[in-house]
Design a protein around this ligand. Structure first.
Ligand code: 26Q
Length: 816
């Protein structure tokens, strides 16, 4: 019995009740009659988890028995969202669990609401990693996700006087039923210290790194269930602890207080997620985090996942490390160090192996978002790695000189080491040099990556560059988040196969012309609006007008994403009515819904949040608008709220300046949930528009080449202010202090920046944006035509399943 296969509890309501009560009694140590909601939630989570256990163990067993090439996804972020719903979905236990809870006198919805989501990511990049591991499990691809178990995830946002206030996110506080700590598999990681050269037995020069201090990495395992396929992959997140013997001397000398301080220093490494999502600051702790999780992961894979007698010469046959942006790139010198210093490989042999083991995904186009680490800092923290990086660079630059003799400018441009403004390591260059493939995340982005960000590298190695357009998991973002639409789709297609084969949505196309179907589709949207209204009322005390056009802009707050342009639209409507330019009957009843967190140190972003809240307060209350324009800004936008907002949206705002948004993934979620997009020709919007057709997409604004041309010619934002009376009246109203209690100062940061700098050309696109919004109003007035367009968006966006993204990675990059 002890060695036989692990069995799942019986898949019946009774079986579920028994397992639940047993978890409550023996796991949680309480009787049902005495149990709290939290007891019940934890017992329910462990019950569902017990149904996944046999598949998890079996998947591991199968992978060990039949070793193939694996994918190791290295990501500093996984924005997972709540686990319970997804686990219930993947095990097909939703209805059994509902009935079982009902029999116990429990409302399962209340338990589901108890779960705190693991917010171990900032935004798009972290959520992408979560979608990818979901798809890989559903496609039965042997995968390990490696990352960091932050004790505090992305901060909780609240508003005080409209201004963002950040609170810590102690997500583990009420228990963590989804994780499995494995302290016995802990790994030791070194930091600081010195390197020295010495000869080995064969007289070859060998380097030894003697770290100054050591930290213990403890893995916590999370299940990554595939969709009803008996596969459960593993996500392995590392938590930092003090190493035994950590400052033992201090302790022995009787300085107990200092010894515990040392423990704090070690634990700090995985304490908190950095909440900056695009302007990397060269913070030492951040580099420690990066090296910590990467060193743990490489060690774990080589020493614990590969068989004991494995010949590392064959490493590329067994693994591909996919680098989620540059955050894990320190893995490159770490693998070199392991091979050369610890395993005795020659440099060239080691480099040949290393170069086949990594692939790099870039997620940005903004030069200021490219990570660089000062040589001084990197050398202090990781002296051996810095030496290795220098050597990689020397060899690489020799190759450049050979390919382009006499072109020293090029050599300087391509060096992994930047000399100005301070000597630093360019992590994107290191990644590009080491990787088998470099990919962007949407067609336009990959093109611009080749042309603008890494042109010298693309010239040297054209075949290295490729595109994989992002995707989203249809399980979480359609099937779970939009149960009603899913039901309608399944009924219409006569199958639920679309959940794992999203191209089947094409079958809905003919139904766009079916009046009865369109009516059902509208009823789904109405019901989703109703659900959202209840959520917003309960969590924020906000009132959602359910008969309004729901116009949504939810994403991190960034200047390039242009929340301020959306705000200008709102104010222009309000100003139009106030000034008599716009008759109130011509204003489409509309609710503009914002959700956005700003990095705590990003001043302009925080001012923009405050201004949105101030505008909302005035516009919502002014009787002149007759309730036809509302601005709602629920605080603390997160995955859970996204799952409620997106299915209720009519209009999706994707209005970044062309050439700045690498891909976007929210854009895909909205389209697949039957919202229409108003958007620029940027990121994956380009592909969405190509697929749904121009008639079913509200395109506006400068194209990327036009942006570049305008910049060259000299962009003067104030000239738009001077020439456009509507823009002028709009900005003047904000600048007058109308929304900020008469204080002109409060709005000044945003307005002055738009008038005098406007690096993302919001003013240049203002008129086109308003014209596109007029087209939206016109289209929305014909509800039947609108529904038709929305249905076609759903039907034609199957391409944006992350299952397809994974197929592309497999075909173009991993060959696993
Ligand atoms: C780096 C160093 C130090 C501190 C923080 C960071 C850091 C953290 C997060 C830098 C960047 C990020 C996140 C970037 C991100 O989310 N990018 C988005 O990635 C999505 C998935 O590919 C794209 O859809 C978005 O277009 C892109 O903005």
């Amino acid at each position: 019995l002890a060695t036989g296969p692990v069995k799942s509890p019986p898949v019946t309501v009774d079986g579920f009740v028994q397992e639940f009560l047993s978890e409550l009694n023996y796991g949680q140590g309480v009787k049902l009659s005495q149990s709290t909601i939290n007891d019940q939630y934890l017992a329910l989570a462990r019950t569902v988890r017990s149904y996944l256990m046999a598949a998890w163990l079996e998947t591991g067993h199968r992978r060990r028995k039949n070793p193939t090439k694996m994918v190791a996804y290295l990501s500093a972020e996984y924005l997972l969202g709540r686990q319970l719903g997804n686990a219930l979905l993947s095990t097909n236990l939703i209805s059994i669990a509902e009935q079982a809870m009902h029999e116990c006198g429990i409302d399962i919805a209340e338990l589901r609401a108890q779960e705190i989501e693991p917010g171990l990511g900032n935004g798009g990049l972290g959520r992408l990693a979560a979608c990818f591991v979901d798809s890989l499990a559903t496609m039965d691809v042997p995968t390990i996700g490696y990352g960091i178990r932050y004790e505090y995830g992305i901060f909780r946002q609240s508003f005080e006087d409209g201004r963002q206030v950040e609170q810590p996110d102690p997500w583990l506080r009420l228990g963590s039923p989804w994780e499995f700590p494995h302290p016995e598999r802990a790994v030791t990681v070194g930091f600081g210290g010195q390197t020295e050269e010495s000869a080995d037995e064969e007289g070859r020069n060998r380097c030894r790194w003697t770290p100054e201090r050591q930290v213990r990495g403890v893995p916590y395992h999370y299940m990554v269930p595939g969709y009803r396929n008996g596969v459960v992959n593993t996500l392995r997140l590392w938590s930092a602890e003090a190493h035994e013997g950590f400052d033992l001397q201090v302790f022995n000398s009787g300085d107990y207080a200092r010894a515990t301080q040392a423990q704090t220093v070690a634990e700090n490494i995985s304490k908190v997620l950095y909440p900056d999502d695009s302007t990397p600051q060269g913070k030492e702790l951040r580099l420690q985090q990066q090296y910590f999780f990467v060193a743990c992961s490489l060690h774990d894979f080589i020493e614990n996942t590969l068989p004991g007698d494995f010949d590392l010469q064959n490493l590329p046959k067994r693994i591909i490390f996919q680098l989620n942006d540059t955050h894990p790139v320190i893995a490159v010198p770490e693998l070199m160090r392991l091979l050369v210093d610890e395993k005795g490989f020659d440099w060239d042999e080691a480099w040949a192996i290393t170069q086949q083991c990594f692939a790099y995904t870039c997620h940005t186009l903004l030069p200021e978002a490219l990570e660089v680490w000062p040589v001084e800092l990197l050398g202090r923290l990781l002296p051996r790695h810095l030496e290795i990086i220098y050597r990689i660079n020397d060899d690489f630059l020799a190759q450049v000189r050979e390919a382009f003799p006499g072109d020293e400018w090029r050599v300087r441009r391509m060096s992994i080491i930047a000399e100005h403004p301070q000597r630093s390591v360019r992590m994107a260059f290191l990644a590009t040099v080491a990787a088998v493939k470099v990919n962007g995340v949407a067609a336009l982005h990959s093109q611009l990556l080749r042309d603008n960000v890494l042109p010298d590298f693309a010239e040297l190695w054209p075949e290295k560059f490729t595109n994989v357009t992002n995707g989203i998991t249809p399980r979480r973002f359609v099937r779970l988040a939009n149960r009603r639409l899913s039901g309608l789709v399944t009924e219409a297609l006569g199958t639920e196969e679309w959940v794992t084969d999203l191209d089947l949505l094409r079958g809905l196309e003919p139904l766009a012309d079916d009046a009865a179907f369109r009516e059902q589709f509208r009823q789904v949207k109405a019901a989703n609006k109703n659900r959202l209204a209840l959520v917003l009322e309960g969590r924020d005390g906000l009132v959602l007008e359910q008969d309004h056009l729901i116009d949504v802009m939810v994403k991190r707050l960034h200047e390039y994403k242009r929340q301020s342009l959306k705000l200008l639209h709102v104010v222009s409507l309000y100003e139009g009515v106030r000034s008599g330019r716009l008759p109130i009957e011509r204003v489409t009843p509309r609710t503009v819904l914002f959700g956005a967190k700003a990095a705590p140190g990003y001043h302009l972003a925080k001012e923009t949040i405050a201004l949105i809240n101030h505008v909302a307060a005035v516009v919502n209350e002014d009787p002149i608008m007759q309730g036809r324009l509302k601005v709602l800004f629920p605080a603390n936008y997160n995955v859970n709220l996204a799952e409620k907002i997106i299915p209720a949206a009519d209009l999706s705002e994707q209005i970044s300046l062309a050439g700045k948004e690498a891909s976007g993934t929210g854009n895909m979620k909205f389209a697949l949930n039957g919202a229409l997009t108003i958007g620029t020709d940027d990121g994956a919007n380009v592909e969405i528009r190509q697929l749904v057709g121009d008639d079913n997409f509200f395109l506006f604004g400068l194209s990327e080449p036009e942006v570049e041309a305008l910049r060259k010619e000299g962009y003067v934002p104030s000239s738009y202010y001077e020439q456009d009376p509507v823009l002028r009246a709009t900005l003047d109203l904000i600048g007058s202090g109308h929304f900020t209690n008469g204080s002109r100062h409060s709005a000044a940061a945003v307005v002055d920046n738009l008038l005098h700098h406007d690096p993302f050309m919001a003013l240049a696109d203002f008129q086109a944006y308003l014209a596109a919004q007029d087209r939206v109003d016109e289209a929305y007035a014909d509800q039947d035509a609108w529904s038709r367009m929305a249905i076609l968006n759903v039907a034609r966006c199957g391409f944006f399943s992350s299952d397809r993204s994974m197929r592309d990675y497999l075909d173009k990059i991993w060959h696993a």
